[in-house]
Design a protein around this ligand. Structure first.
Ligand code: UT7
Length: 336
């Protein structure tokens, strides 16, 4: 039976390391506040000449190399990002150009923190139906050019980092459903009633007569706005729900999962989710300390880091869940 295997991953973060203390020059914050409230110790921010598709390209090249496949074998590219190179066309088109694989479909997914799970799910459907055999799925974010790096934006600005993670997903004729490596299932949700709890209001067509509104620009409508407490409260509710949904769909229990790789928005969110299920600490793999929140890139970065740390090995059963702007949330279980 045709199922989807995660062949390999690759990541890229820009070289410029920004420690919590470095942010004190821009806003009234402290290493202590950021660590205590979020677990973040540092993040990487790209330079002015880098774009999201540049980060995506480097991650994609590493994933292809690790998967030992040539780019010409790809049937499709999916890029999840909320920080596109341009409003249109999609960042997947720019990545495709830089990677040098014209002709195959290139699709952008705009589901923010849940973008990678949505993208995995889309790729999984194309592969299971037999339409495509190999799909490059990338989560890439360049937040640093879009953050309000001053007192006004400090609650949001300290949370986000730049980076990209890519995975090569491939068709596999699965013979042993219990032991072979493949994606067991994906579960997707959204509730647009909460769209304005974490969003960038403009530029956009929802702002009156002109897409770009100068006076709103002066008020900073192009910077992200977040109701942090509402996001937090919903995340600690929806992520466990999504984990349970995935476990139930596959007749599995928490104890059956070898490793949990959750979205990295706040270490306290992940600790609370783990506590609700009594998951032992060593079974949860977090990267937020090192990279901060890279939105659509957190899950592939987590996978790749876990592989290199020796925490994720072939044959292990992994559960992932994510929650974020939209609100969107979702989960997946796969055998790596
Ligand atoms: O990927 C999904 C997207 N995002 C999330 O999931 C984020 C979810 N929310 C959160 O992680 C948390 O709500 C935050 C980390 C954003 C904030 O933590 P909190 O414990 O909810 O803090 P708070 O909103 O209660 O703020 C506490 C105080 C406030 O001061 P006062 O009013 O108590 O005097 C803030 O003004 O901390 C202040 N504050 C800061 N202080 C230093 C807010 N941002 C900062 C900052 N540095 N960067």
């Amino acid at each position: 039976m045709i199922r989807t295997e995660i062949l390999a991953t690759g990541i890229y973060v820009p070289p410029n390391l920004v420690k919590n203390d470095d942010l004190k020059e821009m806003m009234d914050t402290s290493d202590e506040w950021i660590r205590q409230r979020t677990g973040i110790e540092q993040r990487y921010w790209a330079d002015e000449n880098t774009s999201t598709s540049d980060l995506a390209l480097e991650a994609a090249k590493k994933a292809l190399e690790n998967a030992k496949i040539d780019k010409s074998e790809l049937d499709m590219i999916i890029v999840a990002t909320l920080s596109p190179d341009h409003e249109f066309p999609g960042t997947a088109c720019f990545l495709q150009k830089k990677l040098g694989v014209p002709g195959i479909p290139a699709l952008d997914v705009r589901q923010q923190c849940t973008g990678f799970i949505y993208s995995m799910s889309i790729a999984d459907q194309f592969i299971k139906t037999g339409m495509y055999k190999k799909i490059l799925v990338v989560g890439a974010e360049l937040h640093s050019k879009g953050l309000e790096k001053n007192q006004n934006g400090r609650e949001v600005a300290v949370l986000f980092g730049d980076g990209a993670g890519a995975a090569v997903l491939a068709a596999k004729d699965v013979k042993d459903l219990k032991n072979d490596s493949y994606i067991y299932s994906t579960h997707l949700h959204a509730d647009g009633n909460f769209a304005e709890e974490l969003w960038v209001p403009g530029p956009g067509t929802g702002n009156g007569p002109q897409r770009v509104n100068d006076s709103k620009m002066n008020e900073g409508y192009h910077f992200p706005k977040m109701n942090g407490k509402t996001v937090f409260m919903n995340a600690v509710k929806r992520m466990p729900e999504a984990v349970m949904e995935a476990l139930n769909a596959n007749g599995l229990k928490i104890e059956d999962i070898d490793l949990f790789i959750f979205h990295q928005a706040n270490l306290r969110i992940n600790d609370m989710v783990a506590k609700q299920f009594n998951i032992p600490e060593e079974k949860v793999f977090n990267t937020i300390q090192k990279f901060a929140n890279t939105t659509a890139a957190t899950l592939p970065i987590g996978m790749d880091e876990a592989v290199r740390a020796g925490k994720l090995k072939k044959g292990m059963l992994v559960a992932s869940a994510a929650f974020g702007s939209g609100f969107t949330w979702g989960s997946t279980i796969y055998r790596y």
